[in-house]
Design a protein around this ligand. Structure first.
Ligand SMILES: [Zn+2]
Length: 298
């Protein structure tokens, strides 16, 4: 959509797509992406924003007063993959112009201390953004992934939803994010179980490993690469896959596909919407399942 290295007028971007015209994080409603703009943050907190030696783009969160929190824009960055949003990063150039850096994936964050607007010491969130290019290798599901294929669906789903943010070392967070992206694709294909999740027909032929051939399609993105969440990936026959990208009714078709996946992943959707940490066994052990409470109210 944007050309890397190209200069854009920020005002034009907002006229085209909407979103907040001020500040670093812009979340246009109704769009499947968020836009990040860099300023001169970072220096005042004692680190250089921009590309780090480890290959991350360090991006300071927003919030002027007190501890920075995972609210609004910061939350939008943290949960972008789960929400099916891409991140487009721009660096401020001059006179309201911005230069497109590229599509990024939030693979983690770190916390530093620094002054707020009143000069008080507070928590500052610094996001670790990884270029979406790093995820390209995860697009193709092949024989190499034999180990993943052999995992039971439940276990694979665990891998597909594993929290990479909790890893201690930034590079481990990134590695896990990339392998998770692959697990999600294998998971979607296993969920499809050899049958196109759209038209219900069998995969048209068998692969060299003997499985019915299906392709993974990303429901929110123009291309099929990038970071993921099981909610936004579906297993399709080649014909339905082409339809999802090239047909006259592609937006309606993709919408229908979203509903199909949502039905299959219903329980997860509910958890996600009610903000329950699926990985915490606490509620289950205590016998208090927040889900049943929710059901009763409905
Ligand atoms: Zn199909």
């Amino acid at each position: 959509m944007f050309v890397v290295g190209e200069i854009y007028r920020r005002r034009d971007l907002h006229e085209l797509f909407g979103g907040q015209r001020q500040g670093g994080i812009s979340t246009p409603s109704g769009q499947n992406f968020i836009m990040l703009f860099t300023g001169n943050q970072g220096k005042q907190y004692g680190y250089n924003h921009g590309w780090s030696e480890e290959g991350f783009y360090l991006y300071t969160g927003v919030g002027q007063q007190g501890d920075m929190a995972f609210k609004r824009g910061n939350s939008a960055i943290l949960k972008h993959a789960a929400n099916g949003k891409d991140i487009y990063l721009f660096e401020n150039d001059s006179n309201g112009n911005v230069r497109y850096v590229g599509e990024m994936v939030c693979t983690g964050f770190r916390e530093v201390r620094g002054p707020d607007i009143d000069g008080n010491d507070r928590r500052v969130i610094v996001f670790e953004l990884t270029s979406a290019d790093a995820f390209d290798g995860a697009v193709e599901v092949d024989d190499e992934d034999e180990r993943m294929w052999k995992e039971p669906l439940g276990k694979l789903r665990k891998q597909a939803t594993a929290s990479y943010m909790s890893k201690k070392i930034p590079s481990e967070r990134r590695t896990l994010a990339i392998s998770r992206s692959k697990a999600i694709r294998v998971y979607a294909l296993k969920r499809a179980n050899g049958v196109c999740e759209a038209c219900g027909k069998n995969g048209p032929f068998r692969t060299s490993s003997g499985r019915p051939y299906l392709e993974t399609h990303h429901l929110r993105r123009l291309c099929d690469g990038g970071p993921d969440d099981p909610l936004w990936v579906i297993g399709l026959c080649p014909s339905c896959h082409r339809r999802a990208h090239h047909s006259a009714d592609k937006s309606e078709f993709n919408h229908r596909l979203e509903h199909i996946v949502e039905r299959k992943e219903r329980r997860r959707v509910k958890d996600q919407r009610s903000g329950i940490d699926r990985r915490s066994g606490k509620d289950r052990r205590s016998g208090k399942d927040p889900r049943s409470g929710r059901n009763r109210r409905e």
